[in-house]
Ligand binder design. Structure first.
Ligand SMILES: NC(=O)c1ccc[n+]([C@@H]2O[C@H](COP(=O)([O-])OP(=O)(O)OC[C@H]3O[C@@H](n4cnc5c(N)ncnc54)[C@H](O)[C@@H]3O)[C@@H](O)[C@H]2O)c1
Length: 245
């Protein structure tokens, strides 16, 4: 698809449904990978599947010390990070009237603050090389909102606005920053939804199917590549037609 030979990509949430597909796809395009997530065993097993151009680091991306260690770790393995994929995300859903401060803060910390912190810490390497790609996983919910997801929607809308701001700051340095807004994708995040909720979602999708993690990974591969050089500050909606902008 797109040649990423010689580039190094850092992927957060790398053992989740979408993260795995992104890692496999970028690996197949020739990229070196630094994969991070919370569970060491899951990461080790995934590395064994992917081979030697892969380094794995277990940590919590909301913890600044873990982020520092992650960046030191990546320097030891690969010279530079060229591609940052802010993919880790969580939900803590309930109606706004019942949403506690903890539920709000936890989602904002993972989905938005951690993505910003990683972006800030990795940008100097990209500026120096005058090349970089930042791809952040937003959501259709960050564009249109969703009942029961005020925290999640706000975090994803924040990611979209953060991306537009960063994109303007670094556009002159060969660095692009974009978001992908997936619709309804079949992953562990969505498999536990009740059947009636799933059916209601499917009824709203013109393509009449859930998306696959690969549908998302294909777009990541493009946004991470040389070929997407003139696209920045954008949000690419990948949703089977569920929302047409
Ligand atoms: N599945 C969908 O339908 C869908 C739709 C729109 C957007 N998204 C977004 O896509 C991204 C990936 O989602 P997914 O469906 O693969 O979810 P997932 O739950 O399968 O994967 C998310 C991964 O993030 C990791 N993670 C969570 N908190 C972390 C932390 N503090 N530190 C490090 N890692 C952490 C988890 O361990 C998990 O492996 C998320 O940002 C999600 O919001 C998913």
């Amino acid at each position: 698809m797109f040649d990423l030979t010689g580039k190094t990509a850092l992927i957060t949430g790398a053992t989740g449904g979408i993260g795995r597909a992104i890692a496999k796809t970028l690996n197949a395009q020739g990229a070196n990978l630094i994969l991070t997530d919370v569970n060491q065993e899951a990461l080790d097993a995934f590395k064994a599947e992917l081979g030697d151009k892969v380094a794995v680091f277990a940590g919590d991306i909301t913890n600044p010390d873990d982020v520092k260690s992650l960046l030191n770790f990546s320097k030891e393995h690969f010279e530079n990070i060229d591609i940052l994929i802010n993919n880790a995300g969580i939900t803590k859903d309930t109606l706004s009237m019942r949403m506690t401060d903890d539920m709000w803060d936890a989602v904002l910390r993972v989905n938005l603050t951690a993505g910003f912190r990683l972006t800030r810490e990795i940008l100097p390497q990209m500026m120096k090389k005058r090349w970089g790609r930042i791809v952040s996983m937003a959501s259709i919910v960050g564009v249109i909102g969703n009942l029961g997801q005020a925290n999640y929607a706000a975090s994803k809308a924040g990611l979209i606005a953060m991306t537009k701001s960063v994109a303007q700051e670094v556009a002159g340095r060969g660095i692009t920053a974009n978001c992908i807004a997936p619709g309804f994708i079949a992953t562990p995040m969505t498999e536990n939804l009740p059947d009636n909720v799933k059916q209601a979602m499917l009824d709203r999708i013109p393509m009449k199917r859930m998306g696959t993690p690969q549908d998302i990974a294909n777009v990541v591969a493009f946004l991470a590549s040389e070929e997407s050089a003139y696209i920045t500050g954008q949000t690419i909606n990948v949703n089977g037609g569920m929302l047409m902008l």
